[in-house]
Design a protein around this ligand. Structure first.
Ligand code: ADP
Ligand code: MG
Ligand code: MG
Length: 512
C-alpha cells in the first residue's frame, strides 16, 4: 500500500517555498502551453469578449506517487488493448449483436448505428481506420484482506476524442523542471528523484499516429495539397491540448492540419464524385485541401448533434474517402456495454479477439466486475444490487456516453433507477467501484491551491492503424504502439475525475 509507506509525501512547504514553486509553475505553464481557456465562471465573457485569455491548466504541484509495477504493466499491455479494440471494430457481426440490444433504448447509439448502415449500403470507400485510444485505470487496493494487495483495474477504454495527450507531455516536463530548479524541498528528494519521474511522449506519439494515417492514405486523388482535419467543438476550452498535437504533426511529421468546428462540416467540406473529402477553408480564398484523415475531437456526445444537419455531417464524413479516427464502428466499440460483455466471467469473447493465452490473461486481470441490467440471470442479480441502497453504494451506474458527467454513483443509483422506466435499464451497465489508495497532493486550479486527499487515474494512450477487410478477409493491423500516458488526479470527495469537467487536474507519475 502506498500511503502508509510515504506519509511525508508531498512535503510541507514554507510560504517562501510555496511562492517560489507557484510562480515558477505558473510562468512555465503559460510559456509552454500547459494552459486552457478560462471558464466563464472564472473570467466572465464580458471581461474577455475576444476570447484572447488563457490560464494555467489545473495541475498538481507535485507528481503523485504511483506504483511502478502497475505503471509498467499498464504500458506493457497497451498494444494488446489496441489489438483487441481494432479486432472488435472489424467484427461488425459481433458488434451488431451487442449494439442491437441498445438501439431501441439509446437513441444516440441507434443513430450512430443507422449512420454506419447507411454508409455500408452504398459501400465504404476507405478500408483503413485509425484509433487514437486511451485505456484508463485506477490502482485498486484491498486493505481488508489478510494480505493487502494492489492491482491495476480498468475504468474504461476510450475510442473517440481521447483527450489530454498534449497537456500530459507538458506536465511531465513541468514536474521535472520544478525538481531541476529545486522547487521541491530537499526532504522530498529521497522519493522524488529524476529516475522516478516518468516522462510522457503522448503529444508526439499521438501526432505520429495521425502522420502514419496521413501517409497510409496514399496518393492524392485531386490536384489539391493534402491535410488532416481536426473536427472540434466550438468553443473549446481545452484547445491547447489539441494544438500540441497539431504543432507536433506539423513540426515532426511535416503534415498540415486544420481545425473545423463540427457544426461547419457541411459548409466547409465537400465530397468529389469518388467521395474524396475536400476542405475549403473559409479563411484562405480559393484554397482547397484533400483530407486524408478526419480526427474527431467532437461528435462523441448527443449535445454535438442539436440539428438534423449534424447527423448528415457525421454521415458525410463517414462515407468520405478520408481515414476516420475513429470510424463509427470504432466509436461504437468504445461503448461501456462492450466493456461489460468482455468482462463477463468465463466469456469466450476475449479469447476470440486475443488468441494468445498469456496476452489475454494479462488483459483479463485488469477487468473490474461489470454487470448488465438486462433480463439475463446476471442482469437480474445486478438489478437486485442496484436497487438496494446498501449494496448499491459499492457501484457506479454508467450509460453509453463519453466526456464525463454522465454516471450515477453509489447511493444515488436506486432512486435514479426508480425514476426510469424498467425497459430503459439495459441501456446502463453496473460497475463495481474501484477503490484506489488515497494520497495527498495539492492542485492549482483557477489560481487557487486546493489541498487534501486525492486519487489518481492513469490513462495509457495507444495508436493503432488497421485495414478493415471485408467478406472473408478479416483485415489486419498495420501499425500498433503504446503512445505515452496521462495521470489525472482528483480530490477524493468527488466521484468524477474529468479535468475539463472541472473535477480533476493533470499530473505526472513519481514511480515508487
Ligand atoms: P467517461 O467516458 O464519461 O469518462 P468513465 O467511465 O471514465 O466515463 O467515468 C467517469 C469518471 O468516473 C472516471 O474518470 C472515474 O473518476 C469515475 N469512475 C468511473 N468508473 C469507476 C469505477 N469503476 N470505480 C471508481 N471510479 C470510477
Ligand atoms: Mg470515456
Ligand atoms: Mg473517463
Amino acid at each position: 500500500m502506498v500511503p502508509p509507506l510515504y506519509p511525508d509525501y508531498p512535503p510541507e512547504l514554507s510560504s517562501a517555498q510555496e511562492q517560489y514553486l507557484l510562480s515558477n509553475l505558473k510562468d512555465w505553464s503559460i510559456a509552454h502551453g500547459l494552459a486552457v481557456r478560462p471558464a466563464p465562471s472564472f473570467v466572465p465573457t464580458s471581461q474577455d469578449p475576444s476570447g484572447a485569455l488563457a490560464t494555467t491548466a489545473p495541475v498538481t504541484l507535485f507528481p503523485s506517487l504511483f506504483p511502478r509495477a502497475c505503471f509498467e504493466e499498464a504500458l506493457a499491455i497497451q498494444k494488446a488493448y489496441n489489438e483487441l479494440y481494432s479486432a472488435i471494430a472489424r467484427d461488425e457481426e459481433w458488434l451488431q449483436a451487442i449494439v442491437e440490444e441498445l438501439i431501441g433504448i439509446d437513441d444516440f447509439v441507434g443513430k450512430l448505428w443507422q449512420t454506419h448502415l447507411e454508409v455500408k449500403r452504398e459501400g465504404y470507400v476507405q478500408d483503413l481506420s485509425l484509433g487514437l485510444f486511451r485505456s484508463d485505470y485506477m490502482v485498486h487496493s484491498e486493505p481488508s484482506t489478510a494480505s493487502p494487495s494492489i492491482g491495476l483495474k480498468q475504468v474504461e477504454f476510450n475510442t473517440i476524442a481521447s483527450s489530454f495527450g498534449g497537456l500530459s507531455s507538458q506536465v511531465s516536463i513541468l514536474h521535472n523542471y520544478l525538481l531541476t530548479i529545486d522547487a521541491y524541498p530537499v526532504s522530498a528528494t529521497t522519493i522524488l528523484r529524476k529516475s522516478s519521474l516518468a516522462p510522457s511522449d503522448s503529444s508526439s506519439s499521438l501526432a505520429k499516429g495521425l502522420a502514419a494515417a496521413h501517409s497510409a492514405y496514399g496518393s492524392p486523388r485531386t490536384s489539391h495539397p493534402m491535410c488532416v482535419l481536426f473536427i472540434v467543438q466550438d468553443p473549446e476550452r481545452n484547445v491547447f491540448d489539441q494544438r500540441h498535437l497539431e504543432y507536433a504533426l506539423l513540426a515532426e511529421g511535416g503534415v498540415r492540419s486544420f481545425r473545423l468546428p463540427f457544426h461547419r462540416t457541411l459548409l466547409d467540406t465537400r465530397l468529389e464524385a469518388d467521395r474524396t473529402l475536400v476542405y475549403v477553408p473559409p479563411s484562405i480564398p480559393s484554397a482547397a485541401y484533400e483530407v486524408t484523415t478526419v480526427y474527431f475531437r467532437a461528435g462523441y456526445s448527443p449535445d454535438d448533434y442539436p440539428r438534423t444537419e449534424d447527423w448528415r455531417a457525421r454521415f458525410h464524413l463517414e462515407r468520405s474517402r478520408a481515414i476516420k479516427c475513429p470510424s463509427i464502428l470504432t466509436h461504437l466499440a468504445g461503448c461501456k456495454k462492450i466493456q461489460q460483455v468482455l468482462a463477463t466471467p468465463h466469456s469466450p469473447h476475449l479469447k476470440q479477439f486475443l488468441p494468445e493465452d498469456n496476452v489475454a490473461s494479462r488483459v483479463l486481470a485488469t477487468f473490474a466486475p461489470i454487470y448488465p441490467l438486462d433480463e439475463s440471470q446476471a442482469g437480474i442479480e445486478a438489478r437486485k444490487l442496484a436497487t438496494d441502497p446498501e449494496s448499491a453504494s459499492r457501484y457506479v451506474l454508467k450509460p453509453q456516453r463519453e466526456g464525463g458527467g454522465n454516471n450515477i454513483y453509489r447511493k444515488a443509483i436506486p432512486l435514479f433507477l426508480e425514476s426510469l422506466p424498467e425497459k430503459s435499464w439495459p441501456a446502463y451497465i453496473l460497475m463495481e467501484m474501484i477503490e484506489p489508495p488515497v494520497l495527498k497532493n495539492a492542485i492549482l486550479r483557477n489560481g487557487e491551491v486546493q489541498r487534501g486527499g486525492v486519487i489518481g487515474e492513469l490513462g495509457v494512450y495507444g495508436v493503432c492503424l488497421w485495414r478493415n477487410g471485408s467478406g472473408g478477409d478479416a483485415g489486419e493491423v498495420l501499425q500498433n504502439w503504446e503512445a505515452g500516458y496521462l495521470l489525472r488526479t482528483k480530490g477524493n470527495q468527488s466521484e468524477e475525475g474529468g479535468v475539463a469537467a472541472g473535477f480533476g487536474a493533470v499530473d505526472s507519475c513519481c514511480l515508487v
